[in-house]
Design a protein around this ligand. Structure first.
Ligand SMILES: [Zn+2]
Length: 116
């Protein structure tokens, strides 16, 4: 439970909730946020309430019809997809670097061999 990769605690989760609702959480923070949401019933309930209050007020003002429970699920889904996409991009960059390094080693080896 110590160190940088410890899971998020309830206090940190509460502090980040407004940012999450505004779609302003990224990367590791977003990942840890979702992780805590999935393991902590209390925080999930609290997030649910905050989301309903915030989005509900906006919708009431604009007079649209809405299903916020469904929207919250969609939002969680969108975050997960974004994280998976980021992860794939990181893996792609990693492989591109690996290939570039391998190509450089090959060229250097070729130069060395041709000189002899
Ligand atoms: Zn919690």
């Amino acid at each position: 439970m110590f160190g940088k990769n410890r899971s998020m605690d309830c206090k940190e989760f509460a502090n980040l909730t407004p940012k999450w609702i505004e779609d302003e959480l990224y990367g590791k923070e977003a990942y840890r946020f979702l992780e805590h949401m999935e393991t902590c019933d209390e925080c999930r309930e609290e997030l649910h309430i905050q989301f309903l209050v915030k989005e509900g007020m906006e919708r009431l003002e604009s007079g649209e019809s809405f299903n916020l429970d469904e929207e919250l699920l969609n939002k969680v889904d969108a975050y997960k997809k974004r994280l998976i996409h980021q992860h794939k991009m990181n893996v792609a960059v990693y492989w591109m670097e690996a290939v570039a390094i391998a190509a450089m080693i090959f060229i250097i080896a070729l130069v060395v061999i041709l000189k002899f």
